[in-house]
Design a protein around this ligand. Structure first.
Ligand code: CUA
Length: 333
């Protein structure tokens, strides 16, 4: 595959977090090497310096040293606290996609990666992205657990059936990078690989415009919402009472069990597949399951659509979701 260095000792560094990850990693290696060498040298030195020189030689008793114990407690404590704080910083950076990120959906399947651009173009084992732009990945699987792994970006995230995992990256260099599956998933696991093509923004736009006009996940979700019948109950004047979905994304809802749950991708997905699992307080468990009737791509589209819905006019306004009310209203009536 194109000039990606297969034999390089370390993967290329091509995302906004890879430098941070490497700095932390090499610092840990340096700390470990320093103490490993220091301890080995000390063992050798003491073994020779304090070796027993005659058969009846007895060492003097030692009853501890407060100064020494403080030193070997406080120095390691300081080191691990620094590593913890630094590691947490990198962890949060890696796990919080910026607000302006564009969402690419990823479905793992034995043995290929199916990817879809926010504008709807589908790709298999290949993902084109613009350089410098934050890309949020919503990752799931159709069958078994896979793991989406791009060494050059320092990202690896499990693709778990029935669940959405999230990862993000911002590519910093134009080029082609390995995409691998990092979870043993069967016979052709080792061949479940592809590539990420990072392009200049204008090249990316040209690439997007090249194919036939596709249907975006959002548009597909809106279409499915009507086609599979969600709209029959999830509308204000329905005879069957079902929760209104406008503006609920990201909110907490109270369940019949008294627990609360945050409305996120996974909860919406679960509510489509197992509607009786977590019923919102005040409603009856009357919704039928859509298990086996929708593909992963269709589920992702429906979730994207529900995520996009804002509160209908007249409902309690949800903070920060006012910008596209007109559109939401239009789709609901
Ligand atoms: Cu998919 Cu290994």
């Amino acid at each position: 595959m194109s000039g990606v260095g297969m034999l390089a000792l370390f993967a290329q560094s091509a995302s906004s977090v890879s430098g941070e990850v490497d700095a932390l990693f090499f610092t840990l290696v340096a700390i470990t090497a320093f103490f490993t060498v220091g301890i080995m040298v000390a063992i050798l030195f003491f073994a020779i310096r304090y070796r027993r020189r005659s058969a009846d030689e007895l060492p003097a008793d030692s009853h501890g040293s407060t100064a020494l114990e403080l030193i070997w407690t406080l120095i390691p404590l300081a080191i691990v606290v620094v590593v913890f704080v630094w590691g947490s910083k990198v962890y949060f950076h890696m796990n919080r996609p910026p607000d302006d990120a564009m969402t690419v959906t990823v479905v793992g399947k034995r043995w290929m990666w199916k990817l879809q651009q926010p504008t709807g173009q589908r790709e298999i084992n290949e993902l084109h992205v613009p350089v410098g732009r934050a890309i949020r990945l919503v990752i799931t699987s159709e069958d078994v657990i896979h793991s989406f792994y791009v060494p050059a970006f320092r990202i690896k995230r499990d693709a778990v059936p029935g669940r959405y995992s999230q990862a993000w990256f911002r590519a910093t260099k134009v080029g082609t990078y390995h995409l691998l599956c990092a979870e043993y998933c069967g016979t052709d696991h080792s061949r479940m690989q592809g590539r990420i093509v990072v392009m200049e923004p204008q090249d990316y736009e040209a690439w997007l415009a090249g194919g036939p006009a596709p249907e975006s996940p959002l548009a597909a979700g809106e279409r499915l919402f009507a086609e599979v019948g969600c709209i029959t109950c999830h509308k204000p004047d329905s005879a069957l009472r079902a929760p209104m979905l406008g503006g609920i994304y990201g909110k907490q809802v109270l369940l019949t069990t008294g627990e609360t749950v945050t409305v996120d991708d996974s909860y919406i997905r679960e509510s489509i597949m197992s509607p009786v699992a977590k019923v919102v307080a005040g409603y009856q468990p009357v919704m039928p399951t859509f298990q086996g009737q929708l593909s992963e791509e269709q589920l992702i589209a429906l979730v994207a659509y529900v995520r996009s819905l804002t509160a209908p006019p007249g409902a309690a306004p949800a903070p920060g979701v006012s910008k596209s009310q007109a559109r939401a209203k239009g789709t609901k009536s």
